[in-house]
Design a protein around this ligand. Structure first.
Ligand SMILES: [Zn+2]
Length: 136
């Protein structure tokens, strides 16, 4: 059974912010490549911007949408090598970022940082048109 999504409590929002500040710079830099370089300072600024928008009462899906929007801004899509279509961050990135944000099922408050970490990023960019993906 799928757990029901609950809004963040004040304490959870603070913890998510801390996790975002810790993890997001790495994720943003994973997305940067020679075509769209992202400096560490820019990545940290992006993390701060994402964290500043995470508030108590927000749903995890909303927080993920904010993060995804920021990632899209930071990483100008490149063109697909196969069809010339627009390349966008793939599922692997979203899964990795989602793993940073716990679901808080029931009263369980443990947070695991490791699963799906940046080291496991694959098919980071995916073509919107033909589905071709490649690893940076
Ligand atoms: Zn394509």
């Amino acid at each position: 059974m799928k757990p029901v999504e609950k809004p963040f409590t004040a304490e959870q929002a603070e913890r998510i912010k801390a996790l975002v500040l810790f993890e997001a710079p790495t994720l943003v830099r994973q997305l940067s490549n020679t075509d769209t370089p992202v400096s560490l300072d820019e990545a940290i600024d992006a993390a701060k911007e994402i964290a500043s928008q995470i508030k108590p009462g927000m749903m995890k899906s909303e927080a993920l949408a904010i993060a995804q929007t920021k990632f899209d801004e930071m990483t100008t899509p490149t063109k697909c090598k196969k069809c010339g279509g627009e390349m966008v961050p793939g599922q692997a990135l979203l899964q990795t970022f989602a793993s940073v944000m716990p679901d808080f099922p029931g009263d369980k408050v443990g947070i695991t940082l490791s699963p799906g970490g940046p080291g496991e990023l694959v098919d980071v960019l995916k073509c919107r048109d033909c589905g071709h993906s490649f690893t940076i």
